[in-house]
Design a protein around this ligand. Sequence first.
Ligand code: ARG
Length: 289
Amino acid sequence: MTALNTRRFLQTAGLAVAGLLLAACSKQEPTAAAPAASAPAVVASAPAPAPAKVYAVGTDAAYAPFESQNEKGEIVGFDIDVVTAIAKKAGIEVKFTNTPWEGIFNTLGQGDRDLLVSAITITDERKQTMDFAGPYFDAQQLIAVKKTSKISKFDDLKKLKVGVQTGTTGDEVVSKLQGKTSTNIKRFESTPLALKELEAGGVDAVVADNGVVINYVANNADSKFKTVADKAFAPEQYGIAVKKGNAELLDKLNKGLADIKADGTYDQIYAKYFGAPAAAAPAASAASK
Ligand code: ARG
């Protein structure tokens, strides 16, 4: 390009741009033919170009059927389905990361995780350091023993070796029964490890959440376990934990949870893992009497 040609080119280009600007400013109705005018319409219907925040979800994935890792290493379970469904309703993106139970609550404060779903019981003590969306599930402690065991109630465990997962509500109730410093309390980093120890004979019983104990006993017939329920155990409820004061996320989660309960999604997920929906179960057993 010669100097003259370049100048002409720039002049022409400048005119074209000015023309476009004029067209954009004077146009009343945006039409598909005017690129400048149609641009806003495209932005409105397409996903926002700015990278959407991906909420980091922590879960101790050794707690089937609530959270566990399948053969492919994917994190799956009831809690995962519930939070995925809530996120969809809330219009947020989530990514689950396997996070050891010990220290899991610290990840909120440190900002490593935005929320935690891990069959976490809402307790007054925990409520002082974090906020909970929900509750989304009812639970209770349950005792696992060998089929041959004579243990018939919680009080029988007073002087026996009991396995628990460290820092769980199971740990709390057994600590209350035996005293926190009792050497008969064997604390494990996961509930499956405690149950393995029961199988090996290292402990006389394991106390953990009913859903997990029932699932384990059902899927490990070789272990020859049975369960022992006790009315002494207080009812528990699971919540989704967020950093204390994160009202924005808490609100999104609570709204999403209300939505999946209202439209039947929650019941579908419940039925997938536990059979009949929670509300239908007592009615069904009453009818069969
Ligand atoms: N519900 C009990 C608690 O909150 C046990 C939860 C353990 N969860 C887990 N994914 N390991 O203390």
